[in-house]
Design a protein around this ligand. Sequence first.
Ligand code: SF4
Length: 358
Amino acid sequence: MSEHFSKRRKTRKLYVGNVAIGGDAPVSVQTMTKTKTSDIDATIAQVKRCEVAGADIVRITVNDLPAADAIKEIVQSVNVPIVADIHFNHILALKSIEAGVAKVRINPGNIGAKERIKEVLDAAKTKGIPIRIGINSGSLENDLLEKYKYPTAEALYESAMRHVGYATEFGFEDIIIAVKSTSVPLMIDAYRLIAEKTDYPLHLGVTEAGMVRVGTIKSAVGIGTLLAEGIGDTIRVSLTDEPEKEVEVGKEILKSLGLASRNVEIISCPTCGRIEVDLLKITKAIEEKVKDIKKSVKVTVLGCAVNGPGEAKDADIGIAAAKGGGLLYLNGKQIRKVREEDIVNTVYEEVLKFQPKD
Ligand code: SF4
């Protein structure tokens, strides 16, 4: 947790495969595949691209029997924990649990008869996997819509707690909750309410946030506001785009709040008339080269001597551009001058050599 947000909400800690959620665990980034799950090769390839992009957890829809039949091979072919996304059908839930998924997203109140709920929860308990209860403002129960007239934070909260009740009635407590909405103010209020009243870990998201530009902004505002208040244990950015893009945006949200673990954070200036080098080209090239490096390193790349040395002193690796090149700083100390054409490789090599303290 960033030193700026020391008051993180206390939640119980659960495990999704080897990824801890809640407690003192770092906030994890999730995404969801967009292939037909029954197309095993395409789904595995997409999950692997998400792994490379840095996804901690990947969710896959299990919406029919061919999908349920495919899930085992997918789980066994990838490295990230897989979550099965199930609506209504307890057979699909049981098959997914049997196939080795690390979590099931299912709302117990939608499974049907109590024996079915018990069967699914017992299977999850036997395998030691949590469930996520996911409430969406677009699919609230009719009685709650009648009671509250339209989706409100209280309605989302009541719906979530109703499903939680179905699980806890059978002694099942390994629960993660999401109360998503397309409305940013509504999801913020709903998550605040549930954070105040429970200690279940929360999965944050603005649902159906839209195309990359709008979806990124909505997600950054919604998820970012809550994270800055210490609320949220795992996040999913929902974009009308490839899942890798969702992971990239999710990671950037965490980085912007100093909550990212194992990421190279690049700080660059917007440039202005004082610029001494082709900073856009240099920063893009550095970003591309370090994108798969999994360690916490703060890199600053600034275009002139106005803010460059100051920012570089506050970074692990810094470049303050000067005529025809840049001054290299390591751990706040000026080291040497680097020619413009050598800046990218110099920063890359220093990132590789860097030993994070954590
Ligand atoms: Fe302009 Fe220099 Fe500031 Fe970059 S660091 S925006 S080049 S003044």
